[in-house]
Design a protein around this ligand. Structure first.
Ligand code: 6PG
Length: 463
């Protein structure tokens, strides 16, 4: 093969980049690649087909590709992406497409797309989910950008994507601009929330009900056979059953300090920016942020949780309700961002792309896709009768679980926030009237009335 036969450029051969490259190669896409790190390059060279074209830098890589070029960046999100785009630019021409497959902040993607506007060079922000296994054998791919650019690159990417149980590829252009990276950010925000919910369930079973890890694993496995079926529930069973070399539960020796790279956090920041109540996403990020303060926690430790009075069926319902809440909040956030940015995101298409390959893959996505098709564009998905009925059925279990946890001193921020959220959004009147009264009392911020239109100020001195 001559270098001019290479069809897709790929920069960055860390684990994700290498696995995507192998997946692309398996599906017949010829590649031209560059990796800055010699060790990573050597590992990838040993694994990739001999026909792969190896460039010694971004400019050389661009030169090996026939126009119009398509170049996928799998480099660490942040300044490295700007540096690679800058290095590529002189070798690119109108019609060329750059895809950023990193976990980029959607605002960075929008900025980079704006900087390329008018050059004829297009940037597609490509959310990639599924971890290293997904990248190798079938990721979920969430694209944002122009349809013309996407049409040029979609066949190669569609070929490597995961497939839903119905056989649909989990790969789509989800909207214009930074829509793809925004959807991936929300995916990660929901990922944090579902993981936190499962962690709270684990805590209640292990420490509140004094269940053995294998028994907890059996509970997660049973949940995975019902409406909670999904990847995170499936691997929860594996994680809890795993033993250390001495046969003791490995989790008991894992430091209780959660890491995070930040994408889940961006979802919460976006929720605040777009004014969307997504408390379950937010508290999940905050719970991780608080976990490293273990010295402080141990200083304050004293009043230990007591055994909890709880039915495991109620706990399943609580996990179900909180998971549903997290997804609905995330979809609501996507709708609000879409309304503000004009991306034209179809939420049913998002649910379809998340149905397989990604960390959030779960059968619930089918019900969410149905709900998205049922409600008016942008409306809360819980307005769909079937989804509302599903939530209604599991709400008593959530209420019992949160109450039992509180009485036994277990912190359940994800479950508690989900309950407060659903109780808040299903009230016809909330105490925002009182907030308006306070605001107008101390700052003459004015208020609206229920009995007549207009903006009002009152003398609130209680006379
Ligand atoms: C995925 C994941 C992935 C994410 C990791 C780590 O969809 O494959 O979301 O992209 O980077 O899950 O995230 P944290 O380190 O923030 O937990």
């Amino acid at each position: 093969m001559t270098s001019s036969e290479a069809r897709l450029g790929l920069i960055g051969l860390g684990t994700m980049g290498r696995n995507l490259a192998l997946n692309l190669a398996d599906h017949g896409t010829k590649l031209a690649v560059w990796e800055r790190d010699a060790e990573l390059a050597a590992t990838a060279r040993a694994a990739l087909p001999a026909a792969t074209v190896w460039a010694d830098g971004p400019a050389a890589l661009a030169a090996t590709l026939p126009a119009p070029r398509a170049i996928l960046l799998m480099v660490t999100a942040g300044p490295a992406v700007d540096a690679v785009i800058d290095a590529l630019r002189p070798g690119l021409q109108p019609g060329d497409v750059i895809l950023d497959g990193g976990n980029a902040d959607a605002r960075d993607t929008a900025r980079r797309q704006a900087a390329l506007a008018g050059t004829g060079i297009e940037l597609i922000g490509l959310g990639v989910s599924g971890g290293e296994e997904g990248a190798r054998f079938g990721p979920a791919l969430m694209a944002g950008g122009s349809a013309a650019a996407w049409d040029r690159v979609s066949p190669a990417l569609t070929a490597i994507a995961a497939r839903t149980p119905a056989g649909e590829p989990c790969c789509a252009l989800l909207g214009a601009g930074a829509a793809g990276h925004f959807v991936k950010t929300v995916h990660n925000g929901i990922e944090y929330a579902v993981m936190q919910t499962l962690a709270e369930a684990y805590d209640l079973m292990r420490n509140g009900l004094a269940m053995a890890p294998d028994a907890i694993g059996d509970v997660f496995a049973a949940w995975n056979a019902g409406p909670l079926e999904g990847y995170l529930v499936e691997i929860a069973a594996d994680v809890v059953r795993t033993r250390d070399d001495d046969g003791s539960p490995l989790l008991d020796k894992v430091a209780d300090r959660a890491g995070q790279k930040g994408t889940g956090r961006w979802a919460s920041l976006a929720a605040l920016d777009y004014g969307v109540p997504a408390p379950t996403l937010a508290v999940a990020g905050l719970a991780r942020a608080g976990s490293p303060g273990d010295d402080e926690r141990r200083q304050l430790a004293g009043a230990r949780p007591s055994p909890v009075e709880l039915d495991v069926d109620d706990l399943e319902a609580a996990v179900h309700a909180a998971t549903l809440a997290a997804f609905v909040q995330g979809f609501d956030l996507i709708a609000a961002a879409d309304a503000a940015e004009g991306w034209s995101v179809d939420r049913a298409a998002v649910a379809g792309v998340w149905r397989a390959g990604c960390i959030l893959r779960a059968s619930l996505l089918d019900r969410l896709a149905d709900a998205a098709r049922t409600v008016p564009a942008g409306a809360l998905l819980l307005r769909a009768d079937a989804l509302a009925a599903e939530m209604h059925a599991v709400l008593p279990g959530l209420r019992n679980t949160v109450a039992a946890a509180a009485l036994s001193r277990f912190a359940v921020p994800a479950m508690g926030s989900a309950l407060a959220w659903i109780d808040g959004i299903s009230r016809d009147r909330v105490p925002a009237d009182f907030l308006q009264g306070l605001r107008d009392r101390f700052g003459a911020h004015r208020f609206e009335r229920t009995d007549r239109p207009g903006s009002f100020h009152a003398d609130w001195r209680g006379e």
